[in-house]
Design a protein around this ligand. Structure first.
Ligand code: MG
Length: 161
């Protein structure tokens, strides 16, 4: 059994006018929301895929298919809890999680700590082990035209305390 495993996650969702904006498990007052079968929380999806990737398991789409009606509008914290459960089953604890949101808008800084707390609650992890950075795309490409939001995630799993 490896003492450590690292994982990488990425996700992107386009904006959709008629939905709430959920990022890192927090519903932000700023709109628009994101299109998607679940709550479209791309930050939580990236984090979940990083954990599954570290375990060499299939991505979240294989576990929560987009054509499965039971996944409609689902809370993505359930997806993240599922991924964390897979890590625990395999004998790993989450060391730390480093996340990045790529978004032209809204301004995310006021919401970062709430997202860290929310994700920490789902993962049963202190917030000081969850880093969230936010950057704009400097007007470049689809993200720069504010057509959606993307997120990157990196996780370290270890054999645990
Ligand atoms: Mg997604």
């Amino acid at each position: 059994m490896l003492p450590y495993r690292t994982g990488l996650g990425y996700d992107i969702h386009r904006f959709a006018a008629d939905r709430p904006l959920v990022l890192g498990g927090v519903t932000l007052p700023e709109g628009p929301g994101l299109a998607g079968h679940s709550d479209a929380d791309c930050l939580t999806h990236a984090a979940s895929d990083a954990i599954l990737g570290a375990l060499a398991l299939p991505d979240i789409g294989a576990h929560f298919p987009p054509d499965d009606p039971t996944c409609k509008d689902m809370d993505s914290q359930e997806i993240l809890a599922f991924a964390a459960g897979k890590a625990a089953e395999a004998g790993y604890a989450i060391g730390n999680l480093s996340l990045m949101v790529l978004a032209e808008r809204p301004k995310l800084r006021p919401h970062i700590d709430a997202m860290r707390e929310r994700l920490g609650t789902t993962l049963r992890l202190p917030a000081d082990r969850i880093g969230i950075q936010a950057t704009t795309h400097e007007g470049l490409g689809s993200l720069g035209r504010a057509e959606g939001i993307a997120a990157l995630a990196q996780v370290l799993l270890w054999r645990g305390e």
